[in-house]
Write a protein that binds this ligand. Structure first.
Ligand code: URA
Length: 224
């Protein structure tokens, strides 16, 4: 198959964003102010995936614009990245769940094609999942983030680095922030091609987890 050109990727994302803007596939569409499709550059080597928009994000139509977003930008800057220049940020669901509850299975299913489309078009070298929810969902595991983080897992022919949600670092101890800094350093190593880490036995995921041999392919639609 022909490689996607920059134009293909930029126009593909614009088309998908237009479709999402009028999406009414699930109940979350009823309560939204704005669809929060995603932001960043189409040729990003890093794609960040959060859970779903909060109040600020819903108001502004952009992901991670509150206090969590400021911390995220700071951690990105520490590894030499900027969301406007070399990162793409999206969420599992594009509309705000009421009172910031976890997205439900049918909402995730309804929204799945947008995230898969974003992943295919951007084709990042590394995916960083923020928090328990998106990390467990994308790695198809029940292992919690505290145990899961600290590794760059092989995932659909790329790496996935699960880390804490920035909101947890804002609420929690310095240890959480230290952990995030370590995970961001793994992201940098993947981008630079200097990752040395092997996944240790103790971090081996459950049987259903994605393995290195699987390529990302919309036909499979089996990300989670
Ligand atoms: N938390 C998320 O998971 N996503 C956002 O966009 C904002 C806060």
């Amino acid at each position: 198959m022909r490689e996607k050109t920059s134009e293909d990727r930029a126009s593909g994302l614009a088309t998908l964003a237009c479709k999402a803007a009028t999406c009414t596939s699930c109940r979350l569409s009823k309560g939204r102010t704005n669809v929060v499709f995603g932001m960043g550059v189409y040729n990003a080597e890093l794609m960040i995936i959060g859970e779903g928009p909060g109040q600020r994000e819903d108001e502004q139509g952009l992901p991670f614009v509150g206090r969590s977003g400021k911390l995220l930008d700071q951690l990105l800057a520490e590894i030499g990245l900027r969301r406007e220049e070399n990162v793409y940020i999206a969420n599992v669901v594009k509309c705000r769940p009421p009172r910031n509850r976890d997205p439900r299975d049918d909402e995730i299913e309804s929204c799945k094609s947008y995230l898969i489309g974003q992943l295919e078009l951007i084709n990042p070298k590394v995916v960083l999942t923020l928090g328990n929810f998106s990390s467990k969902l994308l790695l198809r595991t029940t292992i919690g983030i505290t145990k899961l983080r600290g590794h760059a897992y092989p995932w659909w022919n790329r790496r996935l680095v699960p880390t804490f949600h920035p909101a947890a670092a804002l609420r929690g101890s310095a240890q959480i922030l230290d952990g995030m800094r370590y995970d961001f350093s793994l992201v940098r190593s993947v981008i630079e091609g200097t990752l040395e880490e092997d996944i240790p036995e103790s971090a081996v995921l459950e049987e259903s987890s994605v393995t290195e041999s699987q390529g990302l392919d919309a036909e499979q639609m089996g990300l989670w």
